[in-house]
Design a protein around this ligand. Structure first.
Ligand code: NAD
Length: 457
């Protein structure tokens, strides 16, 4: 458990200014990259132990993902650190105006268990690039991956710079946040815990980034390419056994295409994960018994169209398609976060919107259509964090896009330069030369209104 003295030591270390130079930051990013690459096999093994992720999936969604974020930061850091010069308005001519990027100080990054490496290390990369010191709080529910991450951090960085912990969140996080003022808290996890973090941060006016969850809808219009939609929905909904924050939570399909989509999904699932997904290399497992039991209950809340088998000893739940679900059933009220996909048909957009509006501000939204007008109409009417057209979840993997939710699904964003900006204060500066100091700016003001109205309009 981290104690307040350790946090105060980090604060003193930050105050020395040691973390601020370009040379220091770039050196730490390179060290981190080397350490992850050296521990790649151990990380893949640990991710297999925690979640039965195969090595290729680990590279795309965890290790490689993080390496790509570091490479981008290394390549772009000099440019990101430069002040942004901007225009100066007539009132302030001939001043110069620019925005400095300043580190925030000691920041806390809290991660969940579903992508335990990616979701803890990606924010840290932004925090390092921006010149901060970092406390990393890994989820206690992916212990094998947490153990390797701890080794990486402790062998690479001094504890006054980056400090790792993976204790019980409900005990450890309040113990830290209530006795030490962090300069920023970056939290990824459930909306329920997000509210607790937000309240604790508010007590000391600590700024936060909240990356939360929710029910992300996936609309399939009558004019969509159904074979392609089935593949793109299935790969992200059932990857990591559905334990993905941006997985399509439920499908809203135009009633004329429901049967075709169900048949295409069945064919695709068998092709991707075989008839025995519990033995399939490509299919993961549920993280623990608590989550397994929660998901088991959903299986009884509708009609099973495909799948539905499970095995508690293996923490296995088959990729499952369901229909005939009542909208007030828990499976349509709570974020599913598992390999169960409700399929609901709609006759018109208004009907589909009523269902979407029951869960405002989804983290993600997907629409499959070949009609540009419909595409824009959906994107303009649903208030969501980010999303895809004719695809699902992959927007998260493009570091040129900001990633984050809105309202109930979160506040703030990150990835690539957006991470650097999240962990930097943007300090506005105006520099005014002494050689030009017009008397008009000083009293007496009487009679200057006409001029002021000309300058300020
Ligand atoms: P969680 O909220 O249970 O845990 C996340 C972190 O919070 C863990 O480190 C945990 O130790 C800590 N924690 C737990 N209880 C706490 C408490 N009472 N006080 C303080 N800290 C506490 O979330 P989870 O189950 O690990 O993750 C699943 C949820 O996270 C889903 O809702 C999912 O959608 C969401 N999620 C969101 C994103 C995103 O990027 N927006 C990514 C992954 C997961």
């Amino acid at each position: 458990m981290v104690n307040t003295d350790q946090l105060l030591t980090m604060h003193s270390y930050y105050e020395t200014g040691a973390t601020k130079s370009y040379t220091f930051r770039i050196t730490q990013l390179k060290k981190l990259k080397t350490a992850i690459l050296q521990n790649q096999d151990a990380l893949h093994q640990a991710l297999y132990t925690d979640l039965k992720k195969n090595a290729e999936e680990c590279w795309v969604t965890e290790t490689g993902f993080v390496i790509s974020e570091i490479s981008t930061a290394i390549k772009r850091l000099k440019q990101w650190m430069q002040p942004d010069y901007t225009a100066t308005n007539l009132l302030n001519v001939p001043s110069k105006s620019y925005v400095m990027k300043e580190p925030l100080g000691v920041v806390l990054v809290i991660g969940p268990w579903n992508y335990p490496l990616q979701l803890l290390f990606t924010p840290m990369i932004g925090a390092i690039a921006a010149g901060n010191t970092v406390v990393l709080k890994a989820s206690e529910f992916a212990p094998a991956t947490a153990a390797v991450m701890k080794t990486i951090i402790e062998q690479t960085f001094a504890p006054e710079y980056i400090l790792f912990t993976d204790g019980d969140g409900a005990a450890e996080i309040p113990a830290m946040m209530n006795h030490f003022r962090f300069d920023h808290v970056f939290y990824t996890g459930s909306t329920a815990v997000g509210k607790i973090i937000y309240k604790m941060a508010a007590e000391q006016l600590v700024p936060v980034t909240l990356e939360l969850g929710g029910k992300s809808p996936c609309v399939v219009e009558a004019d969509a390419n159904i074979a392609v939609a089935a593949k793109r929905i299935a790969i992200t909904k059932f990857s990591n056994a559905g334990q993905m924050c941006v997985a399509p939570d439920y499908i809203l399909v135009h009633e004329t295409k429901k049967q075709a989509l169900v048949e295409a999904l069945k064919k695709t699932l068998e092709h991707f994960f075989s008839k025995q997904p519990e033995q399939d290399y490509n299919y993961g497992k549920i993280i623990n018994e608590k989550q397994y039991n929660r998901l088991q209950n959903y299986l009884t809340q509708g009609n099973i169209l495909y799948g539905g088998r499970s095995n508690a000893a293996q923490l296995f739940i088959e990729p499952t398609l369901m229909d005939g679900i009542k909208l007030d059933a828990p499976v349509m009220q709570e974020e599913i976060f598992g390999p169960i996909l409700p399929i609901i048909s709609f006759a018109n957009k208004a009907e589909a919107m009523d269902i979407i509006k029951a869960h405002p501000n989804p983290l993600a939204f997907y629409v499959f259509t070949n009609n540009k007008k419909k595409e824009q109409d959906w994107l303009n009417t649903v208030p969501f964090g980010g999303g895809c057209v004719n695809n699902a979840s992959w927007h998260l993997t493009n570091h040129h896009l900001p990633f984050g939710g809105r309202g109930f699904s979160g506040t703030g964003n990150y990835h690539g330069k957006y991470s650097f900006d999240t962990f930097s204060h943007h300090k506005a500066i105006m520099k005014t030369p002494a050689w030009f100091d017009p008397a008009v700016k000083y009293p007496p003001f009487k009679g200057k209104m006409k001029l002021f109205k000309w300058v300020i309009k």
